[in-house]
Design a protein around this ligand. Structure first.
Ligand SMILES: Nc1nc2c(ncn2[C@@H]2O[C@H](COP(=O)(O)OP(=O)(O)OP(=O)(O)O)[C@@H](O)[C@H]2O)c(=O)[nH]1
Ligand SMILES: [Mg+2]
Length: 209
């Protein structure tokens, strides 16, 4: 009886782990993480998830879309997809006030929520199968934030795929991202126009399936 119960519990645990995959979308503020999460949800679920904005720290709590089924060729993977708040070493209240016209109270509140959201998001890396690191390919890929994220991923047993986003922009340099992250799969996409998303799905299914 005891042995049977043990075997049943063991079987359940093994199957649960096998079928469960969660991936996190990480990166600097404004890299296009929510735009990418929305594009994935639109492509595979038929609707969108989060609010996109040119104002940094738009996402301040991790949003998870459960059980998104992605297909590429004959392969399928079911993933929980987490859109996380942008990671940055400094949330500038002055910038939020001066450039984005917020009141001091609004800017302080946004900054505090952003910092708490970042801590929560970095702690969650432990529980993930994989990370999509989104980089705005019109910017320098060697930013501190990308190094911090890379160190976090490496310290744990989490797979990494780098997304060089915004390739629709004339000043995009995805080849520079590829050069810097040459030890990892790098896929250039536009989360805005959907360019090259099929290639990203192929790599996600291959790496996180
Ligand atoms: N041209 C272009 N713009 C993009 C692309 N992806 C995102 N954007 C724009 O970049 C801005 C930021 O996009 P978000 O998806 O809100 O960025 P985020 O990384 O979620 O930002 P936070 O939540 O603040 O960390 C918005 O104005 C988007 O429309 C893209 O592939 N091409
Ligand atoms: Mg966002």
């Amino acid at each position: 009886m005891v042995v049977l119960r043990f075997l049943r519990d063991l079987t359940r645990r093994v199957f649960r782990r096998k079928g469960q995959h969660a991936i996190g979308i990480y990166g600097a503020p404004n890299a296009g993480k929510t735009q990418l999460a929305n594009m994935m949800c639109e492509d595979w679920e038929g609707d969108v998830e989060g609010s996109v904005s040119e104002v940094p720290h738009e996402t301040r709590r991790t949003e998870t879309r459960q059980k998104v089924t992605l297909r590429s060729g004959d392969s399928t993977v079911v993933l929980d997809v987490m859109d996380t708040p942008g990671i940055s070493s400094n949330v500038s209240i002055v910038e939020l006030e001066a450039i984005y016209g917020m009141s001091e109270v609004e800017a302080r509140k946004r900054a505090e929520e952003a910092m708490n959201g970042m801590i929560e998001a970095l702690q969650a890396v432990d529980k993930l199968t994989g990370v999509l690191l989104v980089i705005d390919s019109t910017e320098d890929p060697l930013q501190q934030v990308n190094r911090v994220l890379l160190a976090n991923v490496r310290a744990r047993n989490v797979k990494l795929v780098v997304v060089a986003n915004k390739i629709d922009r004339p000043d995009a340099r995805p080849e520079r991202v590829r050069q810097v992250f040459n030890r990892f799969p790098v896929v250039g996409v536009s989360a805005l126009t959907g360019e090259n998303m099929d290639e990203l799905y192929r790599v996600i299914v291959r790496e996180f399936g």
